[in-house]
Design a protein around this ligand. Structure first.
Ligand code: F6R
Length: 241
């Protein structure tokens, strides 16, 4: 992967927003792969600033990486809620064009296949935004995930539940399961942009970029992608050689 070290999260946000603006200028109905969590927020903020001065994203389509299983869609921390609050509204996307995996219990057995079909019907993802977990996950593909995996239900690791406890009242309130695009799904996107900030991500970044290709570090799958860019701050880059 191409690695770009930037001075700040804001600089990373501006860089990726610029790439997205270029994409959308050439293709107004481009398909974006959307991540949740803290990492992509500078990108969404930078895009929102561009929208405020005239960038039109109303024809853009979006597919979120993942969703929790076991909390209602209306829960403020469901990824349906988060994507609506942090992406759809500030970027003035058309809510009907933005998809999040269906984590509701009814029909969960077929939800993965339905999501894959929807991505294919949209013509695939043009640019996939990724964060990385401290355990090396992308999406919620925890260590051990197959590189060929498609959207399916996965169990979150203890580490991930502890990392995400900040969004809930306590770690016990963090759902145990998720439905996530697979590594195979992610690798089909035409372009990958993985962002990481802070020292807590340094190990995962080094393992993803320079370590062996291994299911133990799901983010190492980006090494298989012909067009993957990694945008990191100095701290997240600190274990790269
Ligand atoms: C979010 C996702 C996760 C996060 C990762 C990092 O949709 O799929 O892989 O990107 O857990 O989370 P943050 O950015 O909160 O550190």
């Amino acid at each position: 992967a191409e690695v770009i070290v930037v001075g700040s999260r804001e600089a990373a946000g501006a860089l990726v927003a610029e790439a997205i603006e270029r994409l959308v200028t050439g293709r107004p109905d481009a398909v974006l792969g959307l991540a949740t969590g803290d990492t992509p927020l500078p990108v969404y903020r930078a895009l929102a600033e561009r929208v405020a001065v005239g960038l039109d994203l109303s024809a853009v389509r979006g597919f979120a990486l993942d969703e929790y299983v076991g909390i209602p869609v209306t829960h403020p921390e469901s990824y349906h809620s988060v994507i609506d609050r942090e992406v759809v509204r500030p970027l003035r996307l058309n809510p009907a064009s933005v998809h999040v995996p269906d984590g509701r219990p009814l029909g969960i057995e077929t939800a993965g296949e339905r999501y894959e079909d929807a991505i294919l019907a949209a013509g695939g993802v043009d640019l996939q935004i990724l964060g990385v977990g401290t355990d090396g996950h992308i999406g919620f593909n925890e260590p051990g995930s197959s590189f060929a995996s498609l959207t399916r239900v996965k169990t979150l690791t203890k580490q991930t539940r502890e990392d995400n406890a900040r969004f809930f009242d306590s770690v016990d309130d963090v759902p145990i399961h998720s439905i996530t695009q697979g590594l195979g799904t992610i690798l089909r996107a035409r372009r990958l942009v993985l962002l990481a900030f802070g020292a807590a991500k340094a190990h995962a970044v080094a393992a993803a970029v320079e370590g062996p290709l291994t299911a133990s570090v799901p983010a190492s799958a980006i090494q298989l992608h012909p067009r993957a860019t990694v945008v990191v701050d100095e701290e997240a880059a600190s274990m790269l050689t």
